[in-house]
Ligand binder design. Structure first.
Ligand code: SAH
Length: 356
């Protein structure tokens, strides 16, 4: 595989490229962390740039799809030709980018498009970071002018199934020499691989931990999430309590409401038990349609009733606003795409730096 310069720290970059003196290495690092290609870093001598052309830098935005709600979905091309997806979501407090951590996914959740076809490969740290830097630049930002303020690891892939690259990404994205996004502004969403929740807690990254729950008994959870055969809800509760103890960060649960499956009175009772005794919040999500899957969303009225039942039991919960449905960018809709796939959404732009 082609070496990707965004995979490396400043010190490593000197070694990998053989570039010197150190101020040149810094110029290179600053340039690529602003989202530039090597050829665009005009402070570097032309011959240096030419020599560095052998390396890849990050990922390239191939297409952007603008949703009516202000969000935007991107298709990114990787250096080996694989395509991944991501979503930009504008908020009053800043802009969030949803990034992918794997090409495909091997978790096989019953409601999710990302796992259709299984896992293709892990993304490297530089490919995860590359998504952030590409969109930051696309939105007019640079290393010192952040247009992306928050990141959620909620695109395709299971971040705790790619632990080393994801944590390297955390170190790179929060590096003071780079885009320097605080780990406090990053959320990692997991289907609940508990041993890596402990590891993340012990290594002190302090990102917000979101756990995809989607059911309140192990039996029901196993029906929709195969990983539930390996980790019980009791084991997850133990792990998230440990995470809270180490980081002081409130635990977020994600809960997609599925018609006839997981939103009755007893689910509310059990959710109260599951979330009791430590700071937590439940994000209720209306199940988004995925054409290959036969599960359906509940009605808005059912959702409101379930929310009220939780509130009656003093469970902190909200129905999460969904972004990007019209462009296939909502939760569970991101998939391994092919550029020539017909996408009904209008393609709005081809960024200036995209390949012809
Ligand atoms: N693998 C990680 C990251 C995926 S994040 C995880 O499991 O948490 C995406 C979130 O969207 C997860 O909570 C996932 O369970 C949820 N999701 C997947 N498919 C969905 C769908 N069709 N509708 C609503 N939410 C969905």
């Amino acid at each position: 595989m082609i070496v990707n310069l965004l995979d490396y720290t400043l010190d490593e970059l000197a070694e990998v490229t053989g570039l010197s003196p150190s101020f040149r290495v810094k110029q290179l690092y600053h340039g690529i962390h602003s989202g530039l290609k090597v050829s665009e870093i005009s402070v570097l001598p032309l011959e240096t740039r030419a020599r560095l052309e052998q390396f890849a830098v990050g990922v390239e935005i191939q297409k952007a799809f603008k949703s009516a709600d202000g969000s935007e979905k991107y298709l990114y091309q990787l250096s080996d030709g694989n395509i991944i997806e991501g979503v930009f979501m504008p908020h009053a407090y800043g802009n969030t980018l949803c990034v992918s951590t794997q090409v495909g996914c091997r978790m096989g959740c019953a409601f999710c498009a990302s796992g259709i076809g299984g896992l293709v490969r892990n993304l490297t740290a530089g490919e995860i970071l590359g998504q952030v830097l590409a969109v930051n630049r696309y939105k007019g930002g640079s290393k010192d002018k952040r247009e992306i303020t928050n990141i959620v690891l909620m695109g395709s892939g299971e971040p705790l199934d790619n632990y080393d690259n994801v944590t390297r990404f955390f170190r790179l994205v929060s590096s003071p020499n780079g885009i320097n996004i605080s780990l406090r502004n990053i959320s990692l969403s997991t289907c609940g691989i508990t041993e890596n929740i402990y590891r993340l807690a012990d290594e002190g990254y302090g990102v917000t931990l979101s756990v995809s729950l989607h059911a309140t008994t192990d039996e029901a959870r196993q029906e929709v999430m195969p990983i539930a055969k390996k980790y019980t809800i009791a084991q997850i509760i133990e792990a998230v309590k440990y995470y809270f103890g180490k980081t002081g960060r409130r635990i977020i649960y994600e809960y997609s409401m599925i018609k006839g499956k997981n939103i009755d009175y007893f689910d509310a009772v059990r959710l109260e038990q599951i979330t009791k005794g430590y700071p937590s919040h439940v994000n209720l999500i209306m199940l988004n349609p995925v054409k290959e899957k036969n599960l359906t969303a509940c009605t808005a009225k059912d959702a409101e009733r379930f929310l009220q039942r939780l509130k009656d039991r003093k469970v902190s919960a909200t129905i999460r606003r969904s972004f990007g449905n019209d462009v296939g960018g909502a939760c569970g809709q991101l998939r391994r795409s092919h550029l020539n796939d017909e996408n009904k959404a209008k393609r709005v732009t081809k960024p200036a730096n995209a390949k012809k």
